[in-house]
Design a protein around this ligand. Structure first.
Ligand code: C2E
Ligand code: MG
Ligand code: MG
Length: 583
């Protein structure tokens, strides 16, 4: 248990007043005190551990004096008013710093917080001995109350959300610290309530008007306050997002409570349109007091809430696996930018493609490899889908193209004239100058357009309809070939095949792997090959791992094969060895 003095010092510290610059709102009270008493000196004096520090002062130059033998210090100790009519007559203060500097009279009223801690004194001082009337005593107490009102107002400011009137994130952080001090190691649940899906907020404002969200936030705040057990505090952490703590009983009880909160909030929608747009979600995150700071509690609780959104119940418990997965994604994305700039983290490996009729290597696919400095090798299957969604899609492909063209130029100089297939993403086809830059780069490296082929997935081609068609059209007109990658996985209409300027389809590995066991797969692949041929495409099978599959594909009329049977993707020099020996 903390002593009164420890608690008092803590209360003072939490107000963040010590050593702050002078402020007019306090100075005007001090000036008034000096005038009212017709005394040269007045101050708002705060009692720190070993000093009196003046938040505001008139008639004194220094801004602090030692606490020892300071009258204000006694006010703090007594928590009561202190009047010393003549310091030289007082045994305590005759030899004090104040008396030595010529002060004879002192009157100070305690600066008392609501919780009963005296922060210091509102004081007036004079160079002559003096009496004080009852009226003057009352006036000094009033001035002290005015100082406290000012302190409390300043403190509340920045801790209250003006829209809902609820304590905000800063207050949450402070309260959490207090709780952790009172009950270190105590278990709690943080419930994070989100009223509207962030992605929907604009739609809501457009449909229901800008003030609708404000009104909704206010009534949700009220509803939450009413539904919480007595004494529980609810915080508004951002517009339409609230947090509160529950003592940890069991998870099921917390989730059941979260469900009730969610239903209650859903019921606030004034009509059907609003009900469609407002979709509250509540995330429940367990944590231990003192082990997690406000930032991390809010982070995991918010995460739980976001995950809860994906769940149809709209309520969910924090999952460390999901969280770790999000964090890994975040780390990868953050670090990929550095990887692009680093000379050693990224490289291209090359996997041969062979003509089925002869078994001869007719090309290679360039496949990116990332050696993360801390996490080791990261599969492109993991990071490409993340990077593709961001601004980094463009520099990624630029990097791959540059590396592939350099390799192509090197190989050509040593007599290896193989076509290199380069994977590009949907976003690249939205770059208006993509085709022009690619053709320029080929030119710079002195390479013919047949030195490369582009691979695009079905979904990239479909999602980008007209834009993709334009860029591909330009490239096709210049003679650059394109392949439809992962063919068969797009679940889309095949009619687009007629419109896309591609020459090759690469049947996805998932169909090829099952080929030798499943009759259905054979039927599927047979019809894919036939149809592709009818439309004038050349057909490549991906993921050929066994001789049996190879032979089957050959009998089905497939043109080329790629897969571990021939070779896995290899570093450039190892590929050269492979090429020299054959398979
Ligand atoms: P993808 O373009 O379909 O590439 C073929 C993937 O199948 C490669 O995986 C390759 O290593 C793997 N593979 C080849 N033969 C076999 C086999 O016989 N068995 C099995 N199980 N797998 C085989 P990888 O290198 O992990 O790349 C995964 C995907 O990442 C690629 O699929 C492609 O979509 C993407 N990717 C790779 N490099 C790049 C790149 O430079 N740029 C872009 N945009 N995407 C890339
Ligand atoms: Mg590919
Ligand atoms: Mg593929």
């Amino acid at each position: 248990m903390m002593s009164y003095e420890q608690q008092r010092l803590l209360a003072l510290k939490q107000l963040n007043l010590l050593d702050t610059p002078p402020s007019e709102s306090f100075d005007r009270i001090t000036r008034m005190a000096s005038q009212l008493f017709n005394l040269p000196i007045a101050a708002v004096s705060l009692t720190d551990h070993d000093r009196q520090w003046f938040k505001s002062r008139v008639g004194v130059d220094h801004c602090e004096i030692p606490r020892l033998k300071a009258c204000c210090g006694e006010v703090a100790d007594l928590s009561d008013m202190l009047v010393v009519n003549d310091l030289l007559e007082s045994d305590v203060y005759r030899e004090s710093v104040l008396a030595e500097s010529g002060i004879r009279f002192y009157a100070g009223a305690p600066l008392l917080t609501r919780d009963g801690f005296t922060l210091g004194a509102m004081c007036v001082l004079g160079n002559e001995p003096r009496q004080i009337s009852d009226q003057e005593r009352a006036a000094l107490r009033d001035l002290a109350s005015m100082v406290m009102a000012q302190i409390e107002m300043q403190h509340a400011f920045g801790r209250i959300d003006p829209l809902t009137g609820l304590p905000n994130r800063s207050q949450f952080a402070e309260d959490l610290e207090d709780l952790a001090r009172d009950e270190p190691g105590g278990d709690r649940f943080a419930l994070f309530t989100d009223l509207i899906d962030l992605a929907q907020i604009t739609a809501v404002q457009r449909t229901l008007g800008p003030t609708f969200v404000d009104t909704l936030a206010r009534s949700a705040a009220l509803h939450l306050q009413l539904s919480l057990p007595g004494g529980a505090r609810i915080y508004s952490v951002s517009p339409c997002q609230f947090v509160h703590l529950l003592p940890s009983s069991d998870e099921h009880a917390a989730l059941a409570f979260a469900s009730r909160v969610r239903e209650g909030l859903a019921g606030l929608a004034p009509d059907e349109t609003a009900a469609m747009l407002i979709r509250p979600a509540v995330g429940v995150a367990p944590f231990r007091l003192g082990e997690a700071n406000a930032e991390s509690v809010l982070r995991i609780a918010h995460g739980a809430c976001q995950d809860a959104r994906q769940d149809e119940t709209g309520v969910g418990l924090y999952s460390s696996e999901l969280d770790a997965c999000h964090r890994r994604r975040f780390t990868l994305l953050r670090d990929f930018r550095a990887a692009l700039a680093s000379p050693s983290q990224l490289r291209l490996d090359y996997q041969p493609r062979v003509a089925m009729a002869t078994g001869a290597c007719v090309g290679v696919e360039a496949l990116i490899r990332w050696e993360h400095p801390a996490l080791g090798a990261i599969s492109p299957a993991e990071f490409i889908p993340l990077v593709e969604q961001t601004q980094l899609a463009r520099p990624l492909t630029a990097w791959v193209i540059r590396a592939a063209l350099e390799q192509a130029a090197t190989w050509r100089r040593s007599g290896i004239g193989l076509c290199i297939s380069i994977n590009i993403t949907a976003a690249n086809l939205e770059e208006e100058d993509f085709a022009v830059r690619l053709l320029g780069a080929l030119d710079e490296h002195g390479l013919p357009v047949t030195a490369i082929e582009l691979e695009l997935t079905e979904s990239a081609l479909i999602s980008n309809g007209p834009l993709a068609r334009r860029q591909l059209g330009l490239l096709a007109a210049a003679g650059v070939r394109a392949a439809i990658d992962d063919f068969g996985t797009g679940y889309s209409s095949l009619s687009y095949l007629q419109e896309i300027a591609a020459q090759v389809v690469k049947i996805d590995r998932s169909f090829i792997m099952r080929l030798s066991e499943q009759a259905r797969s054979q039927t599927l692949v047979r019809s894919m090959v036939t149809m592709a041929h009818d439309l004038g495409y050349s057909v490549v099978a991906e993921g050929v791992e066994t001789q049996a599959v190879y032979d089957l594909l050959r009998s089905l009329g497939c043109d080329e094969a790629q897969g571990y049977l021939m070779s896995p993707p290899l570093r450039a020099h190892l590929f050269e060895d492979w090429l020299a020996t054959g398979w």
